[in-house]
Design a protein around this ligand. Structure first.
Ligand SMILES: Cc1cc2nc3c(=O)[nH]c(=O)nc-3n(C[C@H](O)[C@H](O)[C@H](O)COP(=O)(O)O)c2cc1C
Length: 224
C-alpha cells in the first residue's frame, strides 16, 4: 500500500467518526495534547495565507470564569448575521438533526422549555473543560470568514484524531460584544463561533446518535 493510501484511510476514518460532542468528562486536555491540537489546526490554508483567525482558548478556572461572566452579561446579538430563515431542504435537514438531538436528551416534540434548556447548554459549553473562541477580521470580509470556517474544520478533525470530542458553536457568537470585551480584542474582530472541546463522555445521552448526510449526487454534479 502506498503512503498516500494509508493517509486516505486514516483521514476517511477520522471524517467518518467525527461528530459534534455535547457531553464531556471533567478531565482537562493535557498541555502537550492541547499544544499538538493547536499546531495541527494552525496548518489550515487561507486565501493569500492571511490566516485571519484569532483563537482564544480557555482551560480550567478560565473556562469557569468565562461561563459565569457570560451568564451575568445581558448583551445579546451576533457580529455576523444569523440566517433570517431556513427554507425548503435546509429547514428539513435542520429539523431532522434537531429532533435527533431532542430525542436523545428526552425532549418531546412541542416541549419548548425542554428545547430551550438544551439551547442554553451552549452557554455552558456543554460542560466541556475548554472552549476556543474563533474570531475573524472584518477587513477581509466574507473570505476571511471562509478561512475561519476552514480553521474550525481542521480543529474539529484534529480533535477527533487526538481522541478528543469537539462541537462548533455558532450560538456562542450571540455573545459577540461581551466576548470581544472579555478577551480585550481589537474593534475590527468579529466573533465567528466557539468550539467546546475536551474528553468525550461516551455515556452522555447526546453521544447516542449520528447525523445523516445527503447522497453525493444531491450536492455534487459531475461533468464529463
Ligand atoms: C459553524 C457551525 C456552527 C455550529 N453551531 C452549533 C451550535 O451553536 N450549537 C450546537 O449544538 N451545534 C452547533 N453546530 C453543530 C452542528 O449542528 C453539527 O455539525 C451538524 O448537525 C452535523 O452533525 P455532526 O457535527 O455531529 O456531524 C455547529 C456546526 C458548525 C459547523
Amino acid at each position: 500500500m502506498r503512503a498516500s493510501d494509508v493517509g486516505a484511510d486514516v483521514l476517511e476514518q477520522v471524517l467518518g467518526e467525527r461528530w459534534s460532542c455535547r457531553g464531556y468528562t471533567d478531565e482537562p486536555v493535557a498541555p502537550q495534547t492541547l499544544d499538538r491540537l493547536l499546531t495541527m489546526a494552525g496548518r489550515t490554508p487561507s486565501w493569500c495565507n492571511t490566516q485571519p483567525w484569532n483563537v482564544e482558548v480557555t482551560s480550567g478556572e478560565a473556562t469557569v470564569r468565562l461561563k459565569e461572566a457570560m451568564a451575568a452579561d445581558e448583551r445579546f446579538g451576533p457580529d455576523i448575521d444569523f440566517p433570517a430563515s431556513y427554507d425548503g431542504v435546509y429547514a428539513e435537514r435542520r429539523r431532522e438533526s434537531g429532533w435527533q438531538l431532542y430525542e436523545a436528551v428526552g425532549v418531546a416534540k412541542g416541549d419548548r422549555a425542554g428545547s430551550a434548556a438544551q439551547t442554553m447548554r451552549n452557554f455552558e459549553f456543554f460542560g466541556a473543560p475548554h472552549v476556543a473562541i474563533i474570531s475573524t477580521t472584518a477587513s477581509l470580509g466574507p473570505y476571511g470568514l471562509v478561512d475561519c470556517g476552514l480553521y474550525v474544520q481542521t480543529f474539529l478533525l484534529s480533535a477527533q484524531a487526538l481522541g478528543l470530542g469537539a462541537c462548533a458553536q455558532a450560538a456562542v457568537a450571540m455573545r459577540s460584544e461581551f466576548l470581544r470585551d472579555w478577551f480585550a480584542m481589537d474593534d475590527d474582530r468579529q466573533i465567528v463561533c466557539g468550539i467546546a472541546f475536551g474528553h468525550p463522555d461516551p455515556s452522555h445521552p447526546t453521544a447516542s446518535y449520528r447525523t445523516t448526510r445527503v447522497s453525493q449526487p444531491e450536492s455534487v454534479t459531475l461533468h464529463d
